[in-house]
Design a protein around this ligand. Structure first.
Ligand SMILES: Cc1ncc(COP(=O)(O)O)c(C=O)c1O
Length: 511
């Protein structure tokens, strides 16, 4: 039998512990928030003393990682703490010295923007409140902010009154969730229930997407039990857009025992920024009664721009949309959402959990957003996005999109004038893909790979890389709205210099 210790044994600790802790250790208290601001100011001052020139630390990865590791001390939980001030100063210095500086105009590798100050400040406020979205009593104001944001984004996409949505930890997760809803809807339309019976209820599933769709679509198919073999890649045209005629043919060719689960269109392919022809794809989807998901993880932000929004015409016809504002939206990750045209799409996620949202609580209005997500505890990522929309408005964000697009067009034009460079894909949104061609033809793949690593090692430029039609290319992903055309010219000059150095080394190796 379990022995119950007498209460007196615990009494001294129960009395002593609270009095030794000032309320300022808790960020959400009035004193704590002041403490956050003071500690942060000290950390920022320390970080400012770090001398850095360039978007990425100078050196080879092994050297950089080893030096950064040393700054933290032995990898063990220290017996005694050094205090918030010293800890924050150490971390801030280390992050600055060995991290990325995305605000440097020479950072142009990935869909990873320099975040806006207002978003970072709002994110700190959200963290201090530590609300969760699952139930009313986990954070009523956070629920209001997310609902407001979802409605605002649905309005931007011109979805109808029935639209709904949810914030997720990233574009990959939004695609997963979109495909999950599509899978379950496809089953329900055939009188089957995947939630209850598993994926065997859905025979021979097929998911259509362009051959340039993001790899997270394939991964989602694997995770959802559809299998990667379910993915049917559809050919693209010369502008890297899915061909509606090829999609229609593929649908017509399905056997009777196959189940079309979804068509995944991409609005902003990762490398090229190309947007699939949404109105035509929506027509094919409607004709075949198949769910249309638009992966607008990259491209959604163009809706802020009066000049570029037309490129996403037809997005309002989607059954579901992935959008990432931690790409073309200048948010710190994560700020992704899945929107749906019809809120009933979420029915397969619906849950009643006794300790969270029992029916009588829910009936009395004490419900949250548990039924929109695979997560239970969920960060209020909507707070930073809402603050950004309020601070900058559509106009302000639209101008940022336009600037980045203009920079990409400038890069494209300059690349076209350089005899040692070959433009591989023009600027559709804010990326440009090109290739150094100044060396031996049979060594160009190696030279392009090497020149990028050279730039990374120098710490002076951070550019991207991809492979197009079997050839290694380099890529600019331009997301810095404070960069200028001079910055782009400097980046291109550095690519040319690094390319020449790589080509020379190849020649030396061959000699
Ligand atoms: C088109 C597209 N979809 C989805 C994703 C995945 O987004 P995340 O990295 O937020 O998971 C990306 C990432 O670059 C993307 O470009």
């Amino acid at each position: 039998m379990t022995q119950v210790a007498p209460a007196a044994q615990y009494a001294p600790r129960l009395i002593d512990a609270p009095s030794s802790m000032p309320s300022s250790v808790l960020a959400g208290s009035r004193e704590g928030m002041a403490e956050v601001v003071t500690t942060l100011a000290g950390a920022v001052a320390s970080a400012r003393s770090v001398r850095r020139d360039g978007p990425i630390p100078h050196g080879l990865p092994g050297e950089v990682l080893a030096a950064a590791t040393d700054t933290l001390g032995p990898p063990a939980v220290p017996a005694d703490g050094i205090g918030a001030d010293a800890a924050l100063r150490r971390i801030a210095t280390m992050l600055t010295e060995y991290g990325l500086d995305l605000s440097d105009p020479r950072a142009a590798a990935h869909l990873q923007p320099p975040p806006l100050s207002v978003a970072v400040a709002a994110d700190a406020l959200a963290s201090a409140g530590n609300a969760s979205l699952d139930t009313y009593d986990s954070g009523p104001s956070a629920i209001v902010v997310e609902r407001w944001l979802v409605r605002s984004l649905a309005g931007l996409a011109r979805l109808g009154e029935q639209a709904d949505g949810v914030l997720t930890p990233g574009g990959s997760m939004s695609n997963l969730l979109g495909l999950l809803l599509a899978r379950d809807a496809a089953a329900l339309n055939r009188g089957r229930d995947v939630r209850r019976d598993g994926v065997t209820a859905l025979p021979h599933p097929v998911v259509f997407c362009s051959e340039l769709a993001h790899f997270s679509v394939h991964r989602a198919c694997a995770a959802l039990g559809l299998g990667e073999r379910a993915v049917r890649p559809i050919a693209v045209d010369e502008r890297h857009r899915m061909r509606p005629d090829a999609l229609a043919d593929a649908l017509d060719e399905l056997d009777v025992d196959q189940t079309p689960v979804a068509i995944i269109a991409t609005a902003g392919t990762t490398d090229f920024g190309s947007v699939d022809p949404l109105p035509q794809l929506a027509e094919v989807a409607a004709e075949h009664a198949v769910w249309l998901h638009v992966d607008a993880a990259y491209g959604f932000g163009t809706l802020f721009s009066q000049r570029l929004a037309d490129r996403l015409a037809g997005i309002e016809l989607a059954d579901s949309i992935t959008l990432d504002l931690h790409k073309l939206g200048w948010q710190p990750a994560a700020a992704s959402a899945l929107l749906v045209g019809d809120a009933t799409a979420f029915r397969s996620l619906d849950r009643t959990v006794e300790y969270l949202n029992p029916a009588d609580d829910a009936d009395a209005g004490y419900d949250g957003l548990l039924g929109r997500s695979l997560q239970t505890t969920r960060r209020p990522d909507a707070v930073k996005v809402a603050a950004t929309l309020l601070a900058h408005g559509r106009e302000g964000l639209g101008r940022m999109v336009d600037v980045c697009h203009d920079l990409a067009v400038h890069a494209e034009r300059r690349i076209a004038t350089e005899s040692d460079l070959e433009l591989v894909a023009p600027a559709e949104l804010t990326t440009v893909v090109f290739r150094y061609r100044g060396g031996r033809r049979d060594e160009l793949d190696r030279i392009n790979g090497d020149l990028r690593r050279r730039l990374l090692e120098s710490g002076q430029a951070l550019i991207g890389r991809t492979t197009v039609r079997g050839q290694v290319c380099v890529k600019f992903t331009l997301l810095n709205p404070t960069a200028t055309t001079d910055d782009i010219d400097e980046l291109i000059d550095r690519v040319l210099l690094a390319g020449r150095a790589s080509a020379a080394r190849t020649e030396e190796g061959a000699a």
